[in-house]
Write a protein that binds this ligand. Structure first.
Ligand code: PEP
Ligand code: MG
Length: 491
């Protein structure tokens, strides 16, 4: 951006703010033209950077400075810096004409629990004006301008109830995540950014259980170097001082693509070159720089390294050898780094669960990725709505693999976590505890709900619930068992 802006200033004598906005716009349009939902959403991030520079140059007020009273914000699009500039209590919610569910603003809204509706179309901007009353229902994804009194009353009542529940849960953020009979569960957060790590701390997370590093790689035309990666790991660790930060090495392939590292077209990308398979076959470009950055961050914070898409113990051994090589390279260069960093694996391929005993001999921990484990166990694309009925993380087949992984971990003195979406579903919490899970990792906004579910659980009853679920005929029966459990708890 800087190079393009400087060139334009020199060639055309335009103002700095015009030049940076033109440079960002050109790159944003390129991203949008790629036809990829995730990358198109990054265009908003680029425009956001340009807007920040413009504000710095012109002294223009940020959104937070302009918003004097609590309000719903209506805009074409919002960048993450717009959102972060508004004190949380002044942002009642936001509605966007543009934006998608994978846009940074949506990810932040989900993580921070801000009601939001996006992708409403340009008509929104004509229909909304300052001072008008709006009813925004983030759960239903609806926005009503000038709503009838009864709808407003209904939503106000629902919001009040939710705020009361949230306040009660917030008050519990400092309570320990222990079961009624005193079994401690490590309650940690999934986070991709320092902002999410901050939200995780506010909700009482004991650390980060899954730092997805793809965001740093996806947003850019070139691969981030070791220093840039180190800066991200440091920034996340700084939000949760002294707490374990589990960083997953790059997990691309499948449906995730990198402009800086184009992947060949494959017949079956989810069964192809993805996750650790890419890291191991491209150590110089992908895995080694990341391992060096993680070892350096590990000198300052309790970093744990987690490998995605592991199928066999041999893959873990190859990664361990690369970790030793990364350490030797840092040593030779006299760069400070951790002597030892825990190296764990994700259990998201059925083979890894079935080989869990062998894996647990050398892995320092397991983290079960129920999103992919469900997809691969049920042979059912997690993003394909035609087969969505089969995609059931509560299928006893998936539960059996979770149990196998936990048993193998414990047999070797390791801990077993769940970091897939199921880990953030409070209905499933007693079941996962009963299956033997030691750590639950979820989106920051889900932390209070999972904490409450842990605290309502009795381990022996949870073990009986898990037995019943494993013997169930299918996911519907498991759902019923969970519904009965929560009805009995009054939760
Ligand atoms: C999973 O597969 O459950 C997981 C946590 O990884 P991702 O959703 O990033 O594939
Ligand atoms: Mg996965």
């Amino acid at each position: 951006l800087i190079e393009q802006a400087q060139a334009q200033i020199e060639a055309e004598r335009v103002s700095a703010e015009a030049a940076i906005e033109a440079a960002a716009e050109a790159q944003a349009l390129e991203l949008e033209a790629l036809g990829d939902e995730y990358l198109s959403a990054r265009a908003a991030d680029l425009r956001d950077v340009a807007a920040q520079v413009r504000r710095a140059l012109t002294g223009e007020q940020s959104l937070g400075e302009r918003l004097a009273a609590p309000a719903v914000v209506v805009a074409r699009d919002l960048g993450p810096s717009d959102l972060m500039s508004v004190p949380r209590e002044r942002l009642l919610g936001f509605a966007l004409a543009a934006g998608g569910l994978t846009a940074h603003s949506s990810i932040l809204a989900r993580g921070l629990g801000i009601p939001a509706v996006v992708g409403l179309g340009e008509g929104l901007l004509a229909a909304a004006s300052d001072g008008v009353t709006m009813a925004l229902d983030g759960a239903a994804g609806t926005l009503t301008i000038d709503p009838p009194a009864d709808e407003l009353a209904r939503l106000r009542e629902a919001a009040r109830g939710q705020a009361e529940r949230e306040a009660a849960l917030r008050a519990e953020a400092a309570l320990p995540a222990v079961t009624r009979d005193g079994r401690a569960i490590a309650l940690v957060a999934n986070a991709s950014t320092p902002e999410e790590a901050r939200a995780a701390r506010e909700w009482g997370a004991a650390g980060v259980g899954l730092l997805r590093t793809e965001l740093l790689f996806l947003e850019r035309p070139t691969l981030p170097d070791e220093e840039e990666q180190l800066a991200l790991y440091r920034a996340v660790a700084a939000e949760l001082p002294g707490a374990p930060i589990t960083v997953r090495t790059l997990d691309v392939g499948g449906d995730k693509h990198l402009p800086a590292f184009p992947l060949p077209k494959e017949e079956n990308p989810f069964l192809g070159w993805r996750g650790i398979r890419i890291g191991l076959s491209e150590p110089e470009r992908i895995l080694l720089p990341q391992l060096r950055a993680l070892l350096r961050a590990g000198a300052e914070a309790p970093i744990r390294i987690m490998l995605p898409m592991i199928s066999t113990p041999a893959e873990l051994e190859r990664a361990r050898a690369l970790l030793a090589r990364a350490a030797a390279e840092l040593e030779a260069a006299g760069t400070p780094h951790a002597e030892r960093v825990e190296l764990g694996v994700m259990i998201e391929v059925p083979a890894a669960a079935l080989n869990a005993q062998a894996l647990a001999r050398s892995a320092d921990f397991f983290s079960i990725g129920t999103n992919d484990l469900t997809q691969y166990t049920m042979a059912c694309d997690r993003g394909n709505s035609r087969v969505a009925e089969l995609y059931q993380p509560l299928d006893p087949a998936v539960l059996r693999l979770i149990r196998m992984a936990c048993e193998a971990a414990h047999a070797h003195g390791r801990h077993a976590a769940v970091c897939g979406e199921l880990g953030g579903d409070p209905r499933a919490t007693p079941l996962l505890i009963g299956l033997g899970v030691d750590e639950l990792s979820c989106a920051p906004a889900s932390l209070p709900h999972v904490r409450a579910a842990i605290r309502a659980t009795d381990s022996a009853a949870a073990a009986a619930l898990a037995e019943a679920a494993l013997a169930a005929s299918g996911p519907d029966e498991v759902q019923k068992l969970l519904a009965q459990w929560h009805a009995a708890q009054g939760s």
